[in-house]
Design a protein around this ligand. Structure first.
Ligand SMILES: Nc1ncnc2c1ncn2[C@@H]1O[C@H](COP(=O)(O)OP(=O)(O)OP(=O)(O)O)[C@@H](O)[C@H]1O
Ligand SMILES: [Mg+2]
Length: 299
């Protein structure tokens, strides 16, 4: 994550387009905003468009804007998000969903820094830094010919990967504190610390929903918490059980534990017959008795 932030700060100083990759909830939007705020465009607009949320034609109308009469219902001209982002930053969320048509148009915008509104003749010049976000493998989309390689290269000038939260457990504590403070303010509650056990649980959980999921868990905890600290009991059942399972699995058994378990299993299989068990285990009866005593396996 530190590497991602370092890259983001570096690229913020320039006007280069950026491709931000990462799982859902990992913080791609947050990183795009960080880039904008660190850039000389910080005082200009930060505009977002979600390429997955709108059907194709509506998306183009939103992105490029339209002139009056461009299509049925276009009773008035309307500038698009590209124009709104002039001198600022335009975030293209879920870029992989962009239609082939829109991909071609966007490529032209990048190459010539100009475009026309839908149904318009007037050329609009635009200066916007593009930050494209994706949670799917865009290289793969290019290979499958679902995404134009030329547009991909234009967007992929600098690529920043936001790692999933499970790969940066060391960030959990700080994020959790930050969310706990913020949600305490939002819900008019006193700010609360996390108990050691609660924090340990949060740190061992895998966070399939990443930072977004952590934020929700802390919001809930702030609301239900009745004590001085946020305790394990304030965390949702799902987090508690999953974390318990994971930590049990993550712990490697010692050789002695494995041996004890295997001997117990063999004894059970031989219905307690120690001669048969010793034979199966390839050790002497005397040795087996010693191990049974050492591990407290008396059957
Ligand atoms: N480093 C961070 N500090 C504080 N809040 C964060 C951080 N990273 C992410 N968040 C918060 O977590 C939530 C999810 O982050 P964000 O929307 O950036 O994820 P995303 O990668 O864009 O996910 P999606 O692909 O689902 O849109 C947001 O509420 C965001 O504010
Ligand atoms: Mg997002």
């Amino acid at each position: 994550m530190r590497e991602a932030v370092r890259l983001a700060s570096r690229v913020a100083e320039t006007d280069a387009n950026v491709l931000v990759t990462g799982e859902s909830g990992a913080g791609k939007d947050a990183l795009a905003l960080f880039i904008h705020r660190q850039s000389r465009r910080a005082r200009q607009s930060f505009v977002k468009i979600d390429c997955a949320a709108l059907p194709n034609e509506l998306l183009e109308a939103e992105l490029f804007g339209y002139e009056r009469g461009a299509f049925t219902g276009a009773t008035q001209a309307k500038p698009g998000r590209l124009e709104a982002a002039h001198r600022g930053t335009l975030v293209l969320d879920e870029i992989a969903h962009l239609s082939t048509d829109a991909q071609a148009k966007l490529l032209r915008v990048i190459e010539r820094r100009e475009f026309e509104r839908l149904g318009g003749r007037r050329t609009v010049r635009v200066d916007a830094r593009l930050v494209a976000l994706t949670n799917v493998d865009l290289d793969d989309a290019v290979r499958r010919r679902a995404f134009r390689p030329d547009l991909f290269f234009r967007l992929n000038v600098v690529r920043i990967h936001v790692p999933p939260l499970r790969e940066r457990h060391e960030d959990v504590a700080q994020l959790a504190r930050q969310f706990s403070k913020a949600y305490a303010v939002k819900h008019g509650r006193a700010a609360r610390q996390l108990s050691r056990a609660a924090l340990a649980l949060l740190e061992s959980y895998e966070w399939p929903g990443n930072v977004r999921e952590l934020a929700h868990v802390l919001e809930r905890a702030v609301i239900v918490c009745e004590d001085e600290r946020i305790e394990v009991s304030d965390l949702p059942e799902a987090v508690r059980t999953a974390a318990a399972l994971q930590s049990r699995r993550a712990r490697r058994p010692t050789l002695a534990e494995l041996e004890a378990e295997y001997i117990a299993e063999t004894l059970a299989a031989m219905r307690g017959n120690k001669s048969a068990a010793a034979r199966a285990l390839g050790i002497s009866r005397k040795n087996l008795y010693e191990k049974i005593a050492r591990y407290g396996l008396e059957v």
